[in-house]
Design a protein around this ligand. Structure first.
Ligand code: B12
Ligand code: SF4
Length: 524
């Protein structure tokens, strides 16, 4: 049977990074089937196109995965596919919580023939076999022989053949530049960000987050060996392509078990499997100097930190009191000292927020080493404790907000400001962090750093700007380039100057980091 796995586009990230679930399920598909993957972010399609594709390619089963914000689009695509007579199975965090909606058991239209509840690593082979026999069940749940919920072990973990997969859709270097850049310094002919998981689960149970409910509070890890082998495979691919690969460790809290993380990072270093990497780690776990040394030495470059708020009352309200705003600066400086920068994520519209919250937050941000501040609105995702609390209090203004998804729009009324005021705060946060002046300041604040690090921060800021200010067209990019021309020119001049200087062994222009000494501070 030919199977299509499809992820709808989110309208923001384009081909930034593939979705792991697709590659994982592809690797877990029983032999004898061919699995095609389409990520709508890299290959946009509308309903008629996907239906035509399914017909032309003689597809026998389609699997669709989606977050809440993309589910309405996922349903539309599913409807178009089902109209061709091909069955659709849906999975992922949204339909796990809203299976009745997907199956039309809530009185609405049916969008899926079957729903894979929760983690589908063990149920997927069964789904495929049932589909072959034309006997799909409505739901598939990961349970043991006694019917009790079972979380799949990550040991053994399927080998994803990253060295052979077609990743043509996920090259961040424009094709035109390939011939020029493939021989530039350590080869930049291609640049891909690849998702790798080293573990699943987070026990912290923040009120707005789906992770503790979905993956459970039992944390599971892959073996160090299996992660290291995956990195080596990716590194070999990058070398072959005369390009670079960076890894996004998509674990929800990469250092949730600090001892294990240190041991993994040591093994990565020992195997010379370093690539530059990004990971999500909560601020409270970044107090450990040795951990941060190892992060730098193993290729760590960007850490996503869910800071959420600079107000301890807000943090306590959402069960994230373990975040201590008073230590944010020290954490970020600890990272910056090792040339690791932070994506600091904030949520506005929390219950203790009042007008002016964005400026109050930015006043703190401006005192920190430059990074990537991002801002969102408190969003009641289905089945989260937050959703239940707001529903019980009658505060949901759009209880099924995902059915008519509008980006950056609140679905409940904050306590101490209006919805409109919350939206204005969000706009203020983005506008004042991503203006040409703010970008120039971020680069200037790193004047004592290697030009590569400044280019890294600048390019990342340009891309992150697109999360809030649409940058999907060539003309919108052109406009931003023109607005930021002074900073670009400055970095360009410095880059050319450095490039023309003779190379030395301390060059940091590559993701092929050398094995550094991890015994002291500030290495790598
Ligand atoms: C990586 C990631 C991203 C990437 C996504 C891009 C990418 N290419 O991956 C980035 C960084 C861009 C991102 C952004 C956001 N994300 Co995010 N992200 C994640 C993260 C950390 C990992 C996803 C992952 O790969 N997991 C590992 C795989 C193996 O798990 P999985 O995807 O759930 O797949 C398993 C099952 O769900 C199931 N399955 C999934 N799909 C399908 C399909 C079929 C057919 C079948 C059978 C089974 C199946 O099988 C898989 C194997 O068991 C998750 C948290 C998490 N741990 O999952 C959050 C998560 C998915 N993100 C979330 C959110 C809310 C966001 C943002 C909205 C955050 C924000 N406030 O701005 C943005 C939205 C971005 C956008 N514009 O769309 C939520 C989604 C909750 C929900 N109900 O929708 C999650 C769950 C985290 C959370 N805090 O609750 N995210
Ligand atoms: S620490 Fe992060 S992943 Fe864990 S529950 Fe809180 S928000 Fe979710």
């Amino acid at each position: 049977m030919r199977i299509l796995l499809y992820n709808p586009d989110n309208g923001v990230t384009r081909n930034f990074m593939p979705h792991l679930w697709m590659f994982l399920l592809q690797a877990l598909t029983p032999p004898g089937h061919e699995v095609l993957l389409i990520d709508g972010n890299a290959k946009p399609m509308h309903e008629a196109q996907i239906a035509q594709f399914v017909r032309d390619q003689n597809i026998g089963l389609v699997g669709i995965g989606a977050m809440t914000r993309m589910v309405a689009r996922a349903y539309r695509m599913a409807d178009a596919i089902r109209a061709t007579g091909v069955p659709v199975v849906m999975g992922g965090p949204h339909v796990t919580e809203e299976a009745d909606e997907a199956l039309g058991r809530d009185g609405g239209p049916r969008h899926a023939d079957a729903v894979a509840l929760g983690e589908a690593d063990e149920t997927w082979p069964q789904i495929v076999e049932d589909a072959v026999r034309g006997e799909l069940k409505e739901t598939y749940a990961p349970v043991d022989a006694t019917g009790k919920e079972r979380k799949p072990s990550l040991n053994p973990y399927p080998a994803i053949p990253w060295d052979k997969l077609d990743l043509g859709q996920f090259n961040l270097v424009p094709k035109l530049l390939h011939p020029l850049l493939k021989n530039f310094r350590e080869n930049w002919g291609t640049f891909r960000i690849v998702p790798v998981e080293s573990g699943r689960g987070c026990p912290y149970g923040c009120e707005f987050c789906t992770v503790t409910g979905f993956f459970g509070d039992s944390i599971r890890f892959r073996t160090n060996e299996s992660v290291v082998n995956e990195l080596l495979l990716l590194k070999a691919r990058a070398r072959r392509e005369q390009g670079q690969i960076a890894v996004f460790f998509i674990d929800d809290n990469f250092a949730i078990n600090v001892k294990r993380t240190k041991s993994l990072l040591r093994d990565i270093i020992a195997a010379k499997a370093q690539v530059f990497w990004v990971a999500q780690i909560s601020a409270n776990l970044l107090r450990d100097e040795e951990l941060v040394d190892l992060m730098a030495a193993s290729g760590g470059k960007w850490i996503f930190i869910g800071m959420e708020s600079v107000d301890p009352v807000n943090l306590k309200d959402v069960n994230k009191g373990f975040n201590k705003p008073s230590e944010y600066a020290a954490v970020l400086e600890r990272l910056a000292k090792r040339n690791i920068y932070a994506i600091t994520s904030f949520i506005f519209g929390m219950d203790n927020d009042t007008p002016g919250v964005a400026e109050r937050t930015l006043q703190q941000v401006r005192t920190w080493p430059p990074g990537l501040p991002i801002f969102g609105l408190l969003t009641p995702l289905p089945a989260t404790p937050l959703y239940k609390r707001l529903e019980a209090a009658g505060r949901l203004t759009r209880p099924r907000h995902w059915k008519d998804f509008v980006p950056f729009t609140m679905a409940h009324t904050p306590l101490k400001m209006t919805i409109e005021e919350a939206h204005a705060e969000l706009n203020y946060g983005w506008a004042h962090s991503y203006s040409p002046e703010a970008l120039a300041q971020a680069v200037a604040a790193l004047d004592d750093q290697h030009v590569g690090d400044r280019v890294n921060v600048f390019l990342a800021r340009l891309c992150f700007r697109g999360i809030y200010f649409p940058m999907l067209t060539k003309s919108s990019w052109l406009r931003v380039v023109v607005e930021n021309r002074r900073t670009i020119l400055r970095l360009f001049k410095e880059g050319v100057f450095r490039w023309m200087r003779p190379r030395n062994s301390a060059s940091q222009d590559s993701f092929d980091v050398a094995t550094p000494n991890v015994s002291g501070e500030g290495n790598a």
